[in-house]
Write a protein that binds this ligand. Structure first.
Ligand SMILES: Nc1ncnc2c1ncn2[C@@H]1O[C@H](COP(=O)(O)OP(=O)(O)OP(=O)(O)O)[C@@H](O)[C@H]1O
Ligand code: SF4
Ligand SMILES: [Mg+2]
Length: 336
């Protein structure tokens, strides 16, 4: 497949804020979000439930308008007045959802899910060619023999097989970027790596960029070992950089706590307690003052209670950024 020779980001978020009006007040699901996704890039987003991962995914997908800030698709501000979607822009970013049970229409077979997309975009001249194309893409996603799967309804497929149909649907139009929001959390654990491998193969063979959203740092590292990591906490990006750098030399105490549960990691504590003052996540309706992590942080001091740490590059690692006043001092140094 032709990979565009352009340096323009596929999607770019600048100073994006996402505030939801909810009963009880205003909920800040995203604050100061800055992100640039280039062609072929692999980016993993991790964080606890409710930290704003899916919200970030929806902003990047272009289905959620930001409360403030700008979102550009291929250099065009998609929420500016007068902006008009072109099919190329609209179809350039696709999504794979967490739950293939609800994302597939229960009354449509695999063929009936995929064929209308081919017909709508005039990719195949007739029914015979459509059937041949659907058989081909089912083979690509490992649903073999495809003749067995093509007329199956979702209820006749396992979770992993349904997720493969979802992947086939997302990749059919060869998008530039796929947002995969917890794509393997509803899949049997034995199949998780297989599904991740399938998505990786699209990146390697077709140059598709991926934003992989997960709460599982181990699969993030497996999925994008050469890619970037974004660690989110309470709607903020608190650490970002090359995934190897973040995992081997974590600077934010929150990432250090997440790594403590992973055997072999920089801060692993076998059988020990997580290095957190409390396991409780503060309410996003009433976030803590200063550094939002301070009530849980074992290193917090009075400055942390009052002064917001912005995401900034580490003094000696310009590609590795952290939102902590003491990032340099607290950073774990690689044992390598
Ligand atoms: N449309 C909405 N209206 C109001 N609040 C919302 C809306 N969407 C998300 N939220 C809130 O924003 C916060 C972030 O939600 P989000 O779904 O992005 O979290 P998440 O990190 O994806 O969590 P999970 O890991 O459980 O999927 C949560 O507190 C959630 O309740
Ligand atoms: S700024 Fe303070 S509270 Fe926040 S992570 Fe750093 S040390 Fe902990
Ligand atoms: Mg989510």
């Amino acid at each position: 497949m032709k990979i565009e020779n352009t340096n323009a980001p596929i999607v770019e978020l600048k100073d994006v804020e996402m505030i939801f009006d909810v009963p009880g007040g205003k909920l800040q699901a995203g604050r100061n979000l800055n992100l640039s996704l280039a062609a072929g890039e692999m980016v993993a987003v991790i964080g606890e439930s409710g930290c704003g991962k899916s919200t970030l995914g929806k902003l990047v997908l272009g289905v959620q308008g930001p409360s403030a800030g700008t979102i550009h698709f291929s250099g065009q501000n998609i929420w500016s007045q007068g902006f008009k979607w072109t099919p190329e822009l609209r179809l350039g970013v696709q999504v794979i959802h967490q739950d293939p049970f609800s994302s597939l229409n229960p009354v449509r077979t695999a063929y009936q899910t995929l064929e209308p997309i081919l017909r709508h975009h005039k990719l195949t001249p007739n029914r015979k060619a459509s059937r041949a194309k659907v058989l081909e893409v089912l083979t690509q996603v490992g649903l073999t023999p495809p003749e067995y799967f093509i007329d199956k309804y979702p209820f006749q497929l396992s979770g992993g097989q349904k997720q493969r149909v979802s992947i086939a649907r997302s990749t059919l139009l060869k998008p530039k970027l796929i947002i995969a929001d917890e794509p393997v959390s509803a899949v049997d654990s034995s199949l998780r790596l297989v599904i991740l491998d399938l998505m990786k193969s699209y990146n390697q063979n077709q140059g598709t960029a991926f934003l992989y959203i997960t709460h599982d740092l181990a699969t993030a590292n497996y999925f994008a070992p050469q890619g970037k990591l974004i660690v989110m906490y309470l709607g903020r990006m608190v650490e970002t950089g090359q995934i190897s750098s973040c995992i081997n030399e974590p600077a934010h105490p929150y990432l250090q706590a997440l790594l403590a549960a992973i055997p072999g990691s920089a801060t692993h504590q076998p059988g020990g307690e997580l290095p957190l003052r409390t396991l409780d996540m503060p309410s996003p309706l009433n976030p803590p003052s200063g550094c939002v992590f301070h009530p849980r942080c074992p290193h917090a001091d009075t400055r942390c209670e009052h002064e917001v740490p912005e995401l900034r590059p580490l003094a000696n690692q310009p590609e590795h950024s952290v939102a902590c006043h003491y990032g340099e001092r607290l950073q774990i140094k690689s044992r390598a």
